[in-house]
Design a protein around this ligand. Structure first.
Ligand SMILES: [Zn+2]
Length: 56
């Protein structure tokens, strides 16, 4: 799974001036999914289901 940072670099995800993340394919705000191992959280697009991990 790619990181959010790489996804932004690749143009899959866009971060607005408020720090909110959105899927560039669907123009939808990403949602957060709790990861059971708690090492990182995951961001996912509720529309296309793409997922990215966010390192804390
Ligand atoms: Zn999407």
């Amino acid at each position: 799974m790619k990181t959010v940072r790489k996804a932004i670099r690749d143009g899959d995800v866009e971060r607005d001036s408020f720090g909110r993340l959105a899927c560039n394919h669907c123009d939808r705000r990403l949602k957060t999914e709790n990861d059971p191992d708690r090492l990182h959280s995951r961001k996912f697009c509720p529309n296309c289901g793409r997922k990215w991990k966010e390192l804390s």
